[in-house]
Design a protein around this ligand. Structure first.
Ligand code: 13P
Length: 255
């Protein structure tokens, strides 16, 4: 059985005080949850404070991106070493907003995955098609390119240390959620692809999250699908109430 994983991507939201309050509330509300891995990914400026606020709790902290060098003259960038040092256990890689606005490519995603694994960070690797790609029936082609390009030269041993997040771009921040059937279809396609690249024994262990307008109202149905192993939550992770409900509902889904 794959343990579900629910991660909150806070994107570029929250000042220190607000972020700290949210973390404290989540810790208080979610301390009993044992059957779901819980992660929050705040902006860089909040990482150390949150790692402190969530120390020895069941909520892990992750970064939203990294650069693949350990250190150097790379103004504005943050290294895997620095994320580890700040208390991170996870890092989001290849989010569609990075691909769309900041020139992220499959090649940079691949470099970043390798760097995170080298430093013991669990990469949450984002893949997903945009609206035009879906409408022109290219969804599977895009997923295949993101998976094959992003995971080039990643060993079977290392792939087991990653999490994949399927985030259809047209469902992000739009209120348009993929139907559970649409999510399942792409998750199954992704798992089958991983089976071809690795082996069934490996692919059956890899967790695939769904992301895109996940809310307390739709998490149960999404999570009920056989290949949906959790969620990467944007907007609804910014409030203690909605993120708590999502985690609690995910913990109640029995497959
Ligand atoms: P929303 O949940 O706000 O649609 O964002 C999804 C997302 O991009 C998570 O990484």
């Amino acid at each position: 059985m794959r343990k579900p994983i629910i991660a909150g991507n806070w994107k570029m939201y929250k000042t220190l005080k607000d972020g700290q309050e949210l973390a404290v509330a989540l810790r208080r509300e979610l301390y009993k949850i044992e059957n779901v891995d819980i992660v929050v990914c705040p902006p860089y400026t909040l990482l150390v404070t949150l790692a402190d606020a969530l120390e020895a709790s069941n909520i892990a902290v992750g970064g939203q991106d990294l650069y693949w060098q350990d250190e150097g003259a790379f103004t504005g960038e943050v290294s895997p070493l620095m994320l580890k040092d700040a208390g991170c256990r996870y890092v989001i890689i290849g989010h569609s907003e990075r691909r769309q606005f900041f020139g992220e490519t499959n090649e940079t995603v691949n470099n970043k995955i390798k760097a995170s694994l080298k430093h013991g960070l669990t990469p949450i690797i984002c893949v997903g098609e945009n609206r035009q790609e879906r409408e022109s029936s290219n969804t599977f082609k895009v997923i295949e390119s993101h998976i094959k390009g992003g995971l080039a030269d990643i060993s079977a041993e290392d792939i087991l240390k990653t999490v994949i997040a399927y985030e259809p771009v047209w469902a992000i921040g739009t209120g348009l959620t993929a139907t559970p059937e649409q999510a399942q279809e792409v998750h199954k396609f992704t798992r089958d692809l991983l089976k071809k690249m690795y082996q069934e024994e490996i692919s059956s262990q890899i967790r695939i999250q769904y992301g895109g307008s996940v809310k307390p109202e739709n998490i149960t149905e999404l999570m009920s699908k056989p290949d949906v192993d959790g969620a990467l939550v944007g907007g609804a992770s910014l409030k203690a109430d909605t993120f708590t409900q999502i985690v609690v509902k995910a913990s109640e889904v029995i497959k």
